[in-house]
Structure formats: structure tokens, C-alpha cells
Design a protein around this ligand. Structure first.
Ligand code: HEM
Length: 532
């Protein structure tokens, strides 16, 4: 939550404008608003329904503004604190919105998966609902469940399934090599590199190649930049800061002054123009790509050209950032654990000695330690705060609790992955905890709760459809880096290592690593030379 904006809603400057008459009017409206709200609060309290357990309300709740004034700029840590105070299920209020947040996987499963029919909505947000999905009519990411969403998600699940994605194995491997090459060159040039931006370019390029048959170079700098900018703007505009009226509807007149309506319209216009051309070029071109497959399925799923545009934009937007952020966390963590890195390199070397080549994704069972490190990395640094919030489209009764219709339901991803009831020594990076767990991320995230041991891909009917693509990309970039290089701390002027602390930057939906630098150092102990 943007605390400056919230503070400004509270500030005298905003609440009592200078002109006396306006001030009186505003004050009267404010009093009226608070009276109406107080009366409503008193009359109806579904949160204290008889016969149900009460969901704990953390400290720091103020009249009307609820917890919004105590929610810090980094809600991940604040929510973790609140879970420590109140337990694994908490009830926050932010203005008129009620949020239930869960840090226990079994409770999340009961609420979000077993009650999936009622708990799989997306909240009405001015930008995502009215503008981006054209009134809730299109796409996968922000659309509400219904026939259109089911069919859009059906197409996404089909084209992102192993059957389709594995057609691009060699392309994804080649593109991973390109990214590794760029990282190494940047590291050599400056004596260290902050990998996130280059990883983003690499993964966005792999996605455009798989979706539309064109790499970033083939698309041209201008178009590639516009796609990335559009995706990043979209994520920014989808944040709660841009929907203050739905938190504080009585103050929508102030919130409207802050709303960036023209940016919202621009983003959607850009989206339509770019993706229309990308899809057209893809279906007319000779190169195999996922947009072509989606186009071929379009009629069967009863979807129009504009539906396809929104689906493609959803996939690009949801897919690029998390892969790069997760890899960036891995490269931030590895220099702190040379013993882990050594074991990863030894495993890759043993595979290369046996097979004479770098492992492919289909060889994953032969390199179980690397698979365990990738899992531990997703657990140790969740790349989203709360996944994508769900919304109760009906009243839900579960495990003796009652969650009223209209509640925003979230899984506190970080708190869940750091829950000591679930993971031993959760603050330690310990890949061993996942050794022996060789199931793919897709099987894991869609499997039974008893079999799940990592929760990064969300819940129930809305589970991430891109988990296979993500796993293949992260696998290839990890293996193809460590087959040639180790990830080392940068050096201080006196030659001593400079290890960066790892910390997060809060950016709304995602949790990237704060800027750090590492060196990619050529290994001298590889069994054979694997040129790039
Ligand atoms: C490490 C990488 C990734 C992580 C951790 C991740 C995580 C998530 C999470 C937590 C959700 C929300 C699930 C929920 O609402 O319960 C989600 C949704 C989604 N993800 Fe991913 N994701 C990743 C990569 C990808 C990729 C590569 C793609 C596509 C190419 C993708 C496409 C989507 C889409 C379209 C949705 C919306 C699904 C819906 O609302 O029904 N994701 N992802």
C-alpha cells in the first residue's frame, strides 16, 4: 500500500481545503460518511457470526482506515509480523475491504482449493476489471471465473503444457546460452554485474520466441522495448495504489485525482496494437510458435481475435518477470554458499563425463541436487508477496470459520515458505530438504496437499499455468551457467571478496532482489570444455 497516498488522504491539506465554504461541505460529507459507515459496521457483522471461530484481527486497526495506516511499505514483512502475533489465519481491513490472509498450507488448501468454486474470483479493480479486461470479459489473469475465463485458461493450459513447450527445448537451450554469454561479458567488463535486468531481457526474449516465433533481435529493439514497457506498466497499474476508490469509496473524489486513467488507456491501446501485429506475423510466418497453436485452438474454445490478444498479453506479462526474478535470487544466494555451488558443479560434471553433453530438462532425474536447489530457491525467496489475490464470490464456510462474500483472500507466500511448522530452520538455505523430491513443478503445484512441499504457484482453479515453462527456463539457465562458470562475490579494491546482503525491494505484486553484483568466473576444473 502506498503510505504517502494514504497519509495524503488523512492530511489536513486534503481533507480541509482552504476555502471555508468548501471546507464546511467537505467536513459535513466526512461526518456523514463516517456516521453511515459506523452505523453499517454496527448493524452487520458477518465476521462475528454465531457458531463460527473468529479469525484473528492483528493490532494496528483504526476506525474506517483499518490496517491501511499500519501496513508498511513492505507488506510482506508486516504480514509476517502479524502472523507471528495472531497465527496462520488473519483478518485485515483496509478501508471497506476485508482481507483474509493465510500462512498455513493446509488452511490455504481448504479455503482456496477445496472451496475453489467460491474462492477463485479476482477482485474488481478499476484498471484490471474495467479497462484491461474490458469490463471483466477477457483473458486469464484478471478475469473472473465464467465460461470465457475457463476457455481462455483452457487455451493457456494447452499451449503451456509439456506437450507444446517441449517442442521448443533446443530453442530455449540456445537462448539460455545467449543469456549466459551476455552475463559473462558484462561481468568481465565491469568486474561484476547486477544480473536482474539481463535475465529479464533473456527470459522475455525466450518468451517472445516461444510465443511468437521471434527473438528480441528479430523483433527489433523498438518493438521489444514497447512490449516490456507495456507489461511492466500493466503490473504497476494493477497495484492497489491505482484503485484507492475501492478501498475508500467515500473518498473516491480524492482517489480520482490520483488515478492515472490516461496511462491505463495508453497501455491497453499499446497492448492491442502490438499483440495484434505479433499474432498476425506469427500465424502468417513459417516458424513454429505457441501463438500459432493458440490461434488454431481459438474457434474450438469459442474465442475471438481480441480475446487472443489479451491471453497473449497475460502470458507475456505473467511469465517474464517471475522467471528472471527467481534466477536473480539464485545468483544472489549462491556466492554465500560455495559448498552448495561446488556440489551443483560436481553433479553437472558427472553428467557431462557420462553423456558428453550438458544435461537437458528431460535428464532432470539424473541431477537431483540441482533440482533440490531450484526448489529451495523458490521457497527461500518467494518472488511474489501474496501470489495474485483471490476473491470470495460467495460466502465460504471452512474448518469452522466463516468468510463472507466479497472478501479478498490471499496466501502470504513469504510467511508460508518461512513457516517453522512447515519447514525446519526456514531461514536457512538448505536444498537437502527437497532431495528425493523429483516431481515436476507442474505435478507438484496441481497435486494433493499431502504431496505438495512448495507453494509458489498458487492455488486451486487459478494455479499458475506457466509452471512447466518456468521450470524449463530456470533449469536451463542454472545448468548452462554452472557448467562453465561459478557465481562469485565481486572484489573490493584490496582484492577481498565483497558479499552483498540479500534484501527485497517491494514493487507491488513481485519481490525482486535489491541491487547487488556478482562475478561469473570461468571454471578451471570442468571435465571437458563446453564452449558457448
Ligand atoms: C517462477 C515462475 C513463476 C511463478 C513463481 C509464478 C507464480 C504464479 C502465481 C502465484 C500465480 C497466481 C495463482 C493464484 O491465483 O492462485 C500465477 C498465475 C499465473 N501465471 Fe504464473 N508464475 C511463474 C511463471 C509463469 C509463466 C512462465 C507464465 C506464462 C508463460 C505464467 C502465467 C501465469 C498466468 C497466465 C497466471 C494467471 C492464472 C489465472 O488467473 O487463472 N506464470 N503464477
Amino acid at each position: 500500500m502506498n503510505s504517502e497516498l494514504i497519509q495524503s488522504l488523512y492530511s489536513e491539506e486534503n481533507i480541509l481545503p482552504v476555502a471555508g465554504v468548501i471546507a464546511a461541505g467537505v467536513a459535513a460529507k466526512l461526518v456523514h460518511t463516517l456516521l453511515v459507515w459506523a452505523k453499517k459496521e454496527k448493524n452487520e457483522d458477518p465476521w462475528n457470526k454465531k457458531g463460527f471461530k473468529k479469525i484473528s484481527v492483528p493490532s494496528g486497526k483504526y476506525p474506517y482506515f483499518g490496517h491501511s495506516l499500519t501496513m508498511t511499505d513492505n507488506p510482506t514483512y508486516k504480514v509476517e509480523e502479524w502472523h507471528q502475533e495472531c497465527g496462520p489465519i488473519i483478518h485485515l481491513t483496509l478501508g471497506v475491504q476485508h482481507w483474509v490472509i493465510v500462512s498455513d498450507p493446509y488452511i490455504a488448501h481448504e479455503l482456496l482449493s477445496r472451496n475453489g468454486v467460491k474462492a477463485s474470483g479476482r477482485q474488481r479493480h478499476y484498471f484490471t476489471h474495467e479497462v484491461y479486461t474490458d469490463g471483466g470479459k477477457r483473458g486469464v489473469l484478471f478475469n473472473n471465473p465464467g465460461k470465457k475465463w475457463k476457455n481462455s485458461r483452457g487455451i493457456a493450459l494447452s499451449i503451456l503444457s509439456p506437450k507444446y513447450v517441449d517442442r521448443f527445448t533446443s530453442v530455449i537451450e540456445e537462448m539460455a546460452d545467449d543469456t549466459v554469454k551476455v552475463l559473462k561479458a558484462a561481468s568481465d567488463k565491469e568486474g561484476g554485474v547486477f544480473p536482474t535486468p539481463l535475465l529479464k531481457l533473456g527470459t522475455f526474449s525466450a518468451i517472445t520466441r516461444s510465443l511468437f516465433g521471434k527473438t528480441s533481435e528479430e523483433l527489433g529493439e523498438e518493438t521489444f522495448k514497447t512490449i516490456i514497457f507495456t507489461a511492466e506498466e500493466l503490473i504497476r497499474l494493477a497495484g492497489p495504489e491505482n484503485d484507492m476508490a475501492s478501498f475508500f469509496p467515500h473518498f473516491s473524489w480524492i482517489a480520482n485525482c490520483f488515478a492515472e486513467k490516461s496511462s491505463m488507456i495508453n497501455v491497453v491501446n499499446n497492448r492491442d496494437k502490438i499483440y495484434k501485429k505479433l499474432i498476425k506475423d506469427a500465424i502468417e510466418g513459417d516458424v513454429d510458435c505457441l501463438a500459432k497453436s493458440a490461434y488454431a485452438l481459438k474457434d474450438e474454445y469459442g474465442l475471438s481475435d481480441i480475446d487472443l490478444i489479451v491471453i497473449m498479453s497475460d502470458l507475456f506479462t505473467a511469465g517474464g518477470d517471475p522467471i528472471a526474478l527467481s534466477l536473480s535470487w539464485l545468483f544472489a544466494v549462491l556466492p554465500h554458499h560455495p559448498e552448495i555451488q561446488k556440489r551443483m558443479c560436481e553433479e553437472i560434471d558427472a553428467f557431462i563425463i557420462k553423456h558428453g553433453r550438458i544435461p537437458s530438462f528431460s535428464d532432470r532425474e539424473e541431477i537431483p541436487y540441482i533440482i533440490a536447489v531450484m526448489m529451495e530457491n523458490l521457497r527461500f525467496r518467494s518472488i511474489t508477496n501474496f501470489g495474485i489475490p483471490h476473491y470470495a464470490t460467495d460466502d465460504i464456510e471452512f474448518l469452522g470459520y466463516f468468510v463472507p462474500k466479497g472478501t479478498v483472500i490471499m496466501n502470504s507466500m513469504h510467511s508460508m515458505h518461512m513457516n517453522p511448522e512447515v519447514y525446519e530452520n526456514p531461514y536457512q538455505f538448505m536444498p537437502e530438504r527437497f532431495l528425493g523430491s523429483l516431481r515436476s513443478w507442474t505435478t507438484l503445484s496441481r497435486g494433493s496437499i499431502e504431496e505438495r512441499d512448495m507453494y509458489a504457484f498458487g492455488w486451486g482453479r487459478r494455479t499458475c499455468p506457466g509452471s512447466h515453462f518456468a521450470e524449463v527456463e530456470i533449469f536451463n539457465l542454472t545448468v548452462r551457467t554452472l557448467a562453465r562458470y561459478t557465481v562469485e562475490p565481486t572484489l573490493n579494491p584490496d582484492g577481498t571478496p565483497h558479499l552483498y546482503d540479500w534484501d527485497v525491494v517491494y514493487t507491488g505484486l513481485n519481490l525482486p532482489a535489491k541491487e547487488y553484483k556478482v562475478r561469473f568466473v570461468t571454471r578451471t576444473d570442468t571435465p571437458v570444455d563446453i564452449p558457448l
